[in-house]
Design a protein around this ligand. Structure first.
Ligand SMILES: *[C@@H]1O[C@H](CO)[C@@H](O)[C@H](O)[C@H]1NC(C)=O
Ligand SMILES: *[C@@H]1O[C@H](CO)[C@@H](O)[C@H](O)[C@H]1NC(C)=O
Ligand SMILES: *[C@@H]1O[C@H](CO)[C@@H](O)[C@H](O)[C@H]1NC(C)=O
Ligand SMILES: *[C@@H]1O[C@H](CO)[C@@H](O)[C@H](O)[C@H]1NC(C)=O
Length: 557
């Protein structure tokens, strides 16, 4: 049976199966398959190569990992020389970025724009195949630079465009990335056909921007995350509809157009198209600058797990390989960049922010994925079961992170403590000398107390348990573990797992024997986590702890 199959036209199928098995044993690489994708020229999805991390591989290794996943292009959040050099000769299309802060300068001065091009782009051409130059990242989502920068985007693009022409660089297209909050209704504009740009930007910024994009035959670069819409929908959006599952029965019919939608991403893209049409520029093409699904997150976040992340990105790749376009724009070809290459440990905000990677920081694939979309969905190995597709209802504490307590940075922890204790009312009274929670008098114990005290007060107003990567959530009652307050997890792989009662104490002691060496009775400090601060409720801003999030996702990279 097998032998005759191998000799028959079904042979590719067998190869496929064998390759699938091989991939199961190795990593995400599908390049050992019959569908080898050349030198990065494959039409695989693009990948956002964000580098807000202190533990990720060097650029050269990163390029190997991009190829192993079948990425056809890469987008970076700057014009980093080492990254651009590592991409030289790979044939991979590259998108680079002008940082938000210098947009006003480039708008004010052609010479400044020309200098930027000369310093950051020209040295790498043509060996590095730069295809897009994005002017700013989600500028219109940042109200703090509204006056200084919003109306400067297009003039900066015009100066850069003039410079590119003067220097005979014809292959680089200019754009700027926009989050879904450019629309009046944000990320979930139903019906899509009714979408419109926010009145504060429509005439001032969007109209000239669309005119520029149309005139240069460029793209509207949108950051579109179905994850946040689904997560915020309280069960009204089916998960499969947000995950682009081909077999979903969910449908949405736009009453304005009669068009039928089979996935949430199409709705979001057509909403952008509808808003553009209202300004008379419905012909501008759309590119997806960021999309994706988090593979992990905090206990109080929903649906962020390896299974969903893998399904989303695999479905996206398979779908885009067919160029289906959207209901309003059938067949439209769309550059797409998945967010992101790595889990980035230094991204502030809730846990999902640090879990968008195709790879862990050590270069291991989080799950196998073939971004060329040519690997059939059934040819992947089984995925772990989702553990958090419904909200977690138990108690959660915010404590000093395990990795931070293993190697305590007194300066950093001291700064975080100062910040936390400066917020709210009586946040740290109990750990003052003589206070009921002063013992054990260690930085680690006080930090866990202060982080938790702060977070329990402010989480309702959007504060996150982060503290510059020093804090993490735990669902394990810290009263059971002295000093460092239990063994917290934030990755979905372990989220929701319950440990045997009492084991936390043992494990906590293994990781940080300090409390026991000092002979502090575990319960004494532990009780301090039950201190609650019912008072307060004001909106906070300002950092360390993680301020309330203005939008659903911080700027990438
Ligand atoms: C979420 O949905 C549940 C069940 O449908 C409902 O009881 C609850 O009020 C909803 N919550 C919000 C915030 O809409
Ligand atoms: C890489 O890191 C992940 C997540 O921490 C871990 O599960 C995996 O075992 C690591 N791989 C290697 C080769 O160390
Ligand atoms: C400790 O933290 C401080 C402040 O955050 C930082 O500047 C310093 O580099 C850190 N030290 C180590 C050894 O990581
Ligand atoms: C602390 O409480 C006092 C009195 O209840 C109130 O006036 C003050 O605004 C509070 N401060 C903060 C930072 O919440």
């Amino acid at each position: 049976m097998v032998a005759s199959m191998a000799a028959s036209p079904l042979r590719p199928l067998l190869l496929l199966l064998l390759a699938a098995l091989a991939c199961h044993a190795a990593d995400a690489s599908w390049s050992g398959s019959p569908f080898r994708h050349g030198h990065g020229r494959g039409r695989g999805l693009g990948v956002n190569y964000g580098r807000v991390a202190d533990d990720i591989p060097a650029p050269r290794r990163s390029v190997q990992l991009l190829r192993a996943a079948g990425a056809g292009s890469v987008k970076i959040y700057d014009a980093n020389p080492a990254v651009l050099r590592a991409l030289a000769g790979t044939g991979m299309a590259v998108s680079i970025m002008v940082p938000n802060q210098i947009i006003p300068d480039l708008a004010a001065s052609y010479a400044a724009a020309d200098r930027w091009v000369a310093a950051n782009l020209l040295p790498y051409l043509p060996r590095t195949r730069v295809k897009y130059l994005l002017v700013g990242n989600e500028v219109l989502s940042d109200g703090s630079i509204a006056a200084s920068t919003w109306t400067r985007i297009v003039p900066a693009m015009e100066n850069l465009h003039r410079s590119l022409r003067a220097r005979r660089v014809s292959r680089v297209k200019l754009g700027t990335t926009l989050a879904m909050d450019a629309l009046v209704t944000g990320a979930f504009p139903r019906p899509p056909s009714a979408a419109a740009f926010r009145p504060d930007i429509a005439e001032q910024v969007m109209r000239p921007l669309l005119r520029f994009l149309e005139g240069t035959n460029s793209y509207y670069f949108v950051d579109a995350y179905t994850y946040f819409v689904w997560a915020g929908s309280n069960g009204t959006v089916p998960l499969d509809y947000a995950l682009l599952q081909p077999a979903t029965r969910a449908r949405y019919v736009d009453p304005g157009t009669g068009l039928t939608y089979t996935n949430l991403l199409d709705e979001m893209l057509d909403a952008v198209g509808a808003a553009m049409s209202k300004l008379g520029h419905g012909g501008v093409r759309i590119a997806i600058a960021e999309t994706g699904w988090p593979n992990g997150g905090d206990y109080d976040q929903i649906g962020a797990n390896v299974r969903n992340a893998a399904l989303y990105n695999r479905n996206l790749a398979a779908r885009m390989a067919r160029n289906p376009g959207t209901p309003a724009r059938p067949g439209a070809r769309m550059p797409v960049f998945v967010f992101s290459l790595y889990n980035e440990n230094l991204k502030p905000g809730p846990g999902t922010e640090r879990h968008w990677g195709l790879y862990y920081a050590n270069g291991t694939a989080v799950y196998p994925v073939d971004l060329t979309g040519r690997r059939p969905l059934w040819a992947y190995p089984p995925l772990p079961a989702p553990e958090n597709d419904t909200p977690y209802k138990g108690p959660i504490w915010c404590v000093l992170a395990a990795h931070a307590s293993r190697k305590l940075n007194e300066t950093a922890v001291g700064d975080a403590l100062t910040y936390a204790c400066g917020q709210g009312n009586g946040t740290c009274d109990a750990i003052q000398p003589g206070g009921e929670c002063f013992q054990p008098n260690t930085g680690a114990a006080h930090a866990s107390y202060a982080f938790n005290s702060y977070w329990q007060q402010f989480r309702k107003t959007g504060a996150t348990c982060y503290f510059n990567n020093l804090a993490e959530q735990t669902i394990k009652d810290p009263r059971a573990a002295p000093d460092r307050g239990g063994h917290a997890k934030s990755s979905s792989a372990t989220r929701g797992s319950r440990e045997i009662p009492g084991s936390g104490l043992r494990r906590g002691s293994e990781h940080n024997g300090g409390a026991n060496r000092r002979g502090v009775p575990p319960a004494q400090h532990g009780q301090c986590f039950s201190c609650h601060h019912g008072r307060l409720s004001r909106t906070i801003s300002g950092f360390p702890g993680g301020a309330p999030r203005a939008r659903s996702r911080a700027r990438g990279g």
